[in-house]
Write a protein that binds this ligand. Structure first.
Ligand SMILES: *[C@@H]1O[C@H](CO)[C@@H](O)[C@H](O)[C@H]1NC(C)=O
Ligand SMILES: *[C@@H]1O[C@H](CO)[C@@H](O)[C@H](O)[C@H]1NC(C)=O
Length: 353
């Protein structure tokens, strides 16, 4: 009697220990993400940040859109960065989806300044293509989602075209495979950053590049966390920030990040009223550190799909009348505040690798 009670207790102990081990393993498992970017200078610092925290996120694939870049150059650079840092098995795919409103050519070529950096060019060019996927990026995005066991988070730092494509083609089945889309996009209570003939300036560029894609994503049930201009306007890339990377130049990730961001320094004097912001890097930082960014979860908004405000995301507590096509109204989360110094410190600390 006594011995069976003892055996029972021992058995329970074992169950508890096993449960604890399972819990620890589950808790320590990094979150899988797909990085859907568009090859701007800032996208590459964002890649470094995502790779710098393998205990928190695991990048299972990268898709690149031909938006704020020349996509063949951006793929080159992405592969060189991955190979330089020892991530030769992350697949990279190039989307073939076209612009509705293309980015200015001068911005699209700016990524070349990163591609030519000696620091990432000691890798053997012939080995680079081993993880370049032949399938178009938009189809590969679906392939990645379909073959994962659990729904995956997409970090989208360019237009929403690839996400919209899979929602259009695979509907609810696709929506169910996406955990969340963290999207750098939209301008809610601030001016947009589009200066384009016939446009009223209310839209943010990623949304304006493919306004219909925003409409498709807004009409879907996919959970969205927006990182709009409202909050990215707080985090300019300043000379001081770049100097700080130099002070920790013993770390490869810091040298790379400082070098990459140094390519935008001429904006500081060429466009004093329109700084270069850490748009995309903030998006990844908020995903990695929830306490860094203040987020609201009940923002109701809709997207304007056509006409002079196309690409605008309108919070429904603003009173705007539109005659043009709009998406349905839906609830999303949105990051609305960040302390710039805390953000800079976080990125600098993360990139001490
Ligand atoms: C990619 O980089 C290689 C050097 O590693 C260069 O020769 C080639 O022209 C680049 N291709 C593009 C499309 O930028
Ligand atoms: C989204 O839904 C609205 C109706 O709520 C409709 O008018 C619009 O055409 C839809 N847009 C897209 C891109 O599916």
């Amino acid at each position: 009697m006594l011995s069976s009670a003892y055996g029972y207790l021992q058995g329970m102990k074992r169950v508890v220990v096993l449960l604890l081990i399972t819990f620890v393993i589950t808790a320590a498992k990094p979150q899988k993400v797909i990085f859907d970017h568009d090859g701007g200078i800032d996208d590459f610092v964002t890649l470094l940040l995502l790779l710098s925290k393998p205990e928190l996120v695991s990048v299972v694939g990268i898709t690149i859109l031909d938006a704020d870049c020349r996509v063949e150059v951006a793929a080159n650079t992405t592969l060189k960065l991955l190979h330089s840092l020892g991530f030769k098995d992350i697949p990279v795919a190039i989307s073939t989806l076209p612009a509705i409103n293309p980015f200015p050519d001068i911005w699209r070529w700016s990524g070349l300044a990163v591609d030519v950096q000696p620091l990432i060019n000691y890798v053997d060019p012939n080995s680079l293509n081993q993880n370049l996927v032949q399938q178009p990026g938009q189809d590969f995005l679906w392939e990645l989602l379909r073959t994962q066991l659990e729904p995956i988070t997409i970090v989208a730092t360019g237009p929403l075209s690839n996400v919209a494509y899979i929602l259009t083609h695979y509907g609810d089945e696709a929506a169910a495979r996406i955990k969340e889309v963290w999207w750098m996009g939209g301008a809610l209570y601030v001016q947009g950053n589009v200066d384009y003939p016939g446009h009223d300036g209310s839209a943010e560029w990623n949304a304006f590049w493919d306004p219909a894609a925003v409409g498709v994503v807004w009409n879907s049930s996919v959970p969205i966390v927006m990182v709009p201009l409202d909050v990215t306007n707080r985090v300019p890339v300043t000379p001081d920030l770049i100097y700080r990377f130099g002070r920790q130049a013993g770390h490869l990730y810091s040298v790379l990040a400082g070098t990459i961001w140094s390519k935008v320094i001429s904006w500081v004097y060429e466009r004093p009223h329109e700084p270069y912001f850490a748009w995309d890097t903030l998006t990844a930082a908020c995903l990695l550190s929830r306490q860094l960014c203040t987020r609201v979860d009940d923002l109701v908004s809709y997207a304007v799909v056509s006409g002079p405000s196309q690409g605008r995301v309108v919070a429904t507590n603003q009173c705007v009348a539109h005659s043009s096509e709009v998406s349905r109204q839906r609830t999303t989360a949105a990051v609305m505040q960040v302390d710039a110094e805390e953000f800079y410190d976080f990125v600098l600390e993360a990139l001490k690798r």
